[in-house]
Every structure is written in C-alpha cells, then in structure tokens.
Write a protein that binds this ligand. Structure first.
Ligand SMILES: [Zn+2]
Length: 199
C-alpha cells in the first residue's frame, strides 16, 4: 500500500509519535528521534482512514467557505442579499426582527424558559445561557442556515434545564431535535465564520 498523504516529519525529543492535520490539509508528524523512517511510515499508514475522514471534512468546509462572499452582501439564513447600507445595522436589525422572535417561538414550543436574549460578539462561541437564564447569541448566527440557527437556540434553551453537557442534556436536545448529532457536526463546518471578517 502506498502512502498517498504528504506529511511533514519533525523529529525531536518527543515522547510519542503524533499526527496533526491543519484546516488547510497540511499533515505534520512529530516523532521521537529514536524512531526510524519505516516505523513512521507505518504509523502514517495506520492513520489513513482517520486522515481520509479529516480530508473529507476539510473539503466540505472549504466548499462552504467558497460559497460565502461578504464583499457587498449580507447573509440571512445562508442566503446572500446585496447590501449597500451599513451592514452592521442590517445584522443588528436581523437579530431584533428575526432571531429574537425565533428564540421566543422555540421557547414556547418546547416550554423551556429564558429570561432575556442579548446580542454578543465572540470569535469563539455561537451562544450561551447563564445560570440566570440570560441567553447571549452571536450576531453572526443569522448568517448560518436556518436549521443550524434552530439547533443553536434549542441547545441554549436546553441549558435552562441541564446546565452541563451531560447525557441528560443531550437526551433533552434529542427530544426536540432527533437529528441533533448531524446538526452539531454540520455546525462545526461553519466554525470558520466565527473568526471571519463579515462586515
Ligand atoms: Zn452548551
């Protein structure tokens, strides 16, 4: 079997052999000095299935990335609209007129209570719900496809009953969104948006 992956190999005073793949598909193997090339090759081969899976994910993410053109567009639920106005104003309007009512609607539908919902600016997370049931949602949430927005809001509403990501928490999410695992994985493909320049 041929090794189809190009990997950068770094030898050093490492205790174990490790493999890393970046978001642009670069593979790095860090190996202890004592390990010979044959063993390193074997190791990479043994990880081929995992690498295939990661490559598929990276390709999917890149396809999504290419779809988004922020130059003169705003996005509402994954669809672009030409925008000549102040984009940050449009997004805060979307938040007030679309996201807030959606949170309210889902809260009533599930009978899960929250105290308030505020717009947040984070490069790391889409949303949160604190112990006072105050929800904060990233203003970029509206850019995502609607099923993912519903997933994020449902996730946060479920924290009103289960504070941690326990088994009970995920069972609650599943009750409202039986396909939550797919949604959760799909959302990961959009994580690049958190740090993207959108305005
Ligand atoms: Zn959570």
């Amino acid at each position: 079997m041929e090794n189809k992956f190009k990997a950068k190999i770094i030898k050093g005073r490492f205790k174990t052999i490790r493999l890393k793949i970046t978001n642009n598909g670069e593979i790095t193997v860090s190996a202890p000095n004592s390990l010979n090339d044959e063993k390193i090759k074997e190791f990479i081969l043994s990880k081929q299935r995992w690498l295939d899976k990661q490559m598929l994910k990276i390709n999917e993410m890149n396809k999504i990335k290419e779809q988004y053109k922020f130059d003169n567009c705003v996005y509402l639920f994954g669809k672009p609209y030409l925008c000549k106005e102040d984009k940050s104003k449009v997004y805060s309007d979307y938040f007030l007129k679309i996201i807030k009512p959606l949170v309210n609607e889902l809260s009533i539908k599930y009978n899960l209570k929250y105290k308030s919902v505020d717009i947040a600016n984070s490069k790391r997370i889409w949303g949160s719900l604190d112990s006072n049931k105050k929800m904060r949602l990233n203003w970029k949430i509206v850019i995502l496809p609607k099923d993912l927005v519903i997933y994020i809001i449902t996730h946060e509403l479920c924290h009103s009953k289960e504070f941690n990501h326990s088994k009970k928490f995920w069972q609650l999410v599943e009750k409202y969104l039986p396909n939550y695992k797919d949604l959760r994985n799909h959302l990961k493909m959009y994580s690049f948006l958190l740090s993207s320049k959108v305005l």
